[in-house]
Write a new protein. Structure first.
Length: 185
């Protein structure tokens, strides 16, 4: 049993505060990668923490509490976007949010994050055709490695290699974009 969750279930405020303090900023950054709205991201993350405090006894955490909370934030972001009529049929927001979290520091401005997000989309479009197809199958259609391999008639290792190369290319290009953004300041 997760000791942190057990502490929260027992209404141990110190355990909850420690968990909150250690994850709040990262979760806000993660949410902001979906919403591009710092205040809405902060509100959403605070709502998640309130929900955890109030419903700890009902939570069914199979993995880690941290993973569970990140999944809650992601799902609430998607619900929020749906409520304001933003759809993400291609699941590019999730893919881009992961890349943004990896490459854009907390101090980047909202405009810079939007620029990086749009650059990620352009970079994906510029990948070699097969690599682009694999990236889209994995991150847009949620195929497994095996399903992609079967669909394209290649090995699972080829799929993994192509995804690794795609991520590397995206990372290299994002690094260039970040340097350019830094130079404009």
């Amino acid at each position: 049993m997760n000791l942190i969750l057990e502490g929260i279930r027992n209404k141990n405020e110190q355990v909850f505060k420690t968990f909150f303090d250690s994850h709040y900023n990262g979760l806000v950054t993660y949410a902001n990668g979906f919403l591009f709205d710092k205040e809405a991201s902060e509100d959403l993350v605070q709502e998640v923490f309130i929900y955890i405090w109030e419903n700890a006894s009902k939570l069914n955490v199979v993995t880690s509490l941290k993973s569970y909370v990140y999944a809650m934030v992601r799902n609430r972001c998607f619900n929020y976007l749906k409520s304001i009529k933003v759809t993400d049929n291609y699941k590019l927001l999730e893919f881009s949010a992961d890349l943004l979290a990896e490459h854009v520091v907390d101090t980047a401005s909202e405009d810079d994050k939007k620029i990086v997000y749009h650059q990620i989309l352009k970079i994906i479009d510029a990948l070699p055709e097969k690599m682009q197809e694999i990236v889209r199958l994995k991150f847009i259609q949620n195929y497994t490695y095996l399903e992609i391999a079967e669909e394209l008639g290649v090995s699972v290792n080829t799929v993994k290699t192509q995804l690794k190369r795609a991520k590397l290319k995206i990372t290299e290009m994002i690094a260039v974009v970040l340097v350019l953004l830094d130079l404009k300041r």
